[in-house]
Design a protein around this ligand. Structure first.
Ligand code: 6PG
Length: 246
């Protein structure tokens, strides 16, 4: 098991600010004229403030050498209220000078979900060009965690938890009664830096179980994120961390 670094912040605003500083530092240190910096962004509500801060950043961020991917996407059109892309676009893409070709959207509205997953994996391969590695190595992934312990669209007891071949695949959420496309564990665990962003009292019990409880991958998929050679950080607010001290 990767030993996670847990950083507790007073609130979501401070948590998001530190995540933005981390992004800026890594991007500036790793983006080179001939080497891109690759980041995968989650959806949901927690990371929205981070994305807004990045859009308004006063630092010199080398946007032209940063490529963005999605961690997962709901199987809806990109202008649907549930679309992760719609949220990321409203918080970040519409305001930062990110070249359009540098954001790689999951075309999750495609009725042929397996074809859409294959297409996304091919796009990742073209951009990240994993030379001898079997898996693409993203430089940085921002993940969230649901109060049911899911991350990305890796839901408790879902088939995608067992995926060890595909980089991207469809997965069904029983709770939501809908399909999504998601990056799989091997891709998440090949990343150089993985940062969970978790805020809110409703996450406290699950966060305690994920971080302090016994390994129970199926009911707590977030436990399965163990970057083999990467660095794992949990950025949490005090409300979500209130049961960690005990
Ligand atoms: C999504 C996200 C998902 C999210 C968690 C937490 O598509 O919803 O990728 O994995 O990170 O559900 O969501 P909140 O940040 O809204 O609590």
């Amino acid at each position: 098991m990767t030993t996670p670094e847990i950083k507790v912040f007073a609130n979501l605003e401070e948590l998001s600010g530190q995540a933005a500083r981390l992004f800026e530092g890594l991007a500036k240190s790793r983006a080179r004229p001939k080497k891109i910096f690759s980041v995968a962004l989650s959806g949901g509500s927690t990371p929205k403030r981070l994305y807004e801060m990045l859009a308004g950043s006063r630092r010199q961020i080398p946007w032209d050498r940063i490529h963005f991917f999605q961690v997962d996407e709901r199987c809806v059109p990109p202008d649907h209220p549930e679309s992760n892309y719609k949220m990321i676009r409203a918080a970040l893409l519409d305001y930062a000078s990110i070249p359009p070709l540098n954001f790689h959207r999951i075309v999750a509205e495609d009725p042929d979900r397996d074809a859409a997953a294959r297409q996304y994996a091919q796009e990742m391969a073209q951009v990240l060009s994993p030379v001898d590695a079997q898996w693409p190595q993203l430089d940085l992934i921002f993940l969230g965690m649901g109060s049911d312990g899911h991350t990305a669209s890796l839901f408790p007891g879902s088939p995608a938890l067992d995926e060890r071949v595909l980089w991207v695949r469809p997965n069904f959420s029983q709770r939501l009664g809908s399909f999504r496309l998601t990056l799989t564990y091997p891709v998440l665990n090949a990343a150089a830096h993985v940062v969970f962003l978790v805020a809110g009292a409703d996450k406290a019990e699950t966060l305690r179980d994920v971080l302090k409880g016994p390994p129970r991958l199926s009911p707590l998929p977030a436990q399965g994120v163990q970057p083999a050679g990467g660095r794992l950080r949990w950025f949490v607010d005090q409300a979500a961390a209130r049961l960690l001290a005990h």
